[in-house]
Design a protein around this ligand. Structure first.
Ligand code: ZN
Ligand code: ZN
Length: 126
């Protein structure tokens, strides 16, 4: 078996269920680029080809994409800008003071993300 890189995302489907998604077979040298510019938070995408929906080892649903071309990114205007990482509201005015990346609509959301959703593990001082 050969090791192949994959991109893991957590996506929300049309029913607002969160699911894990794994993308394989993207060009090796583009992984970093894709995760930082293409599959960013708030991005909408559609999957056009049939895809595998697996009950993964931990029994959580997992969407496996073997052909990145089957993902159609929606256009820029449909993208949710500055989405609150906690409650998904657009145009969240507050920015995390440490990483300057995470956005929040309110102090409560920021505290919640830090404690409950473990932003502290992702947050890096800029
Ligand atoms: Zn919020
Ligand atoms: Zn942060």
């Amino acid at each position: 078996m050969s090791w192949s890189p994959s991109i893991h995302l957590v996506v929300e489907d049309e029913r607002h269920d969160c699911e894990q998604m794994c993308i394989y077979n993207f060009p090796n040298n583009q992984g970093r680029y894709l995760t930082s510019t293409t599959y960013t938070i708030g991005t909408k995408m559609s999957i056009v080809n049939p895809y595998l929906r697996l009950g993964a080892y931990d029994l959580k649903p997992l969407i496996r994409i073997d052909d990145p071309l089957s993902i159609v990114m929606h256009n820029e205007s449909e993208r949710v800008l500055n989405m609150c990482r906690c409650c998904n509201q657009p145009n969240a005015p507050h920015v995390c003071g440490r990483c300057k990346q995470a956005r929040y609509c309110s102090q409560e959301c920021q505290v919640m993300d830090w404690k409950t959703y473990e932003h502290k593990l992702l947050c890096k001082k800029q």
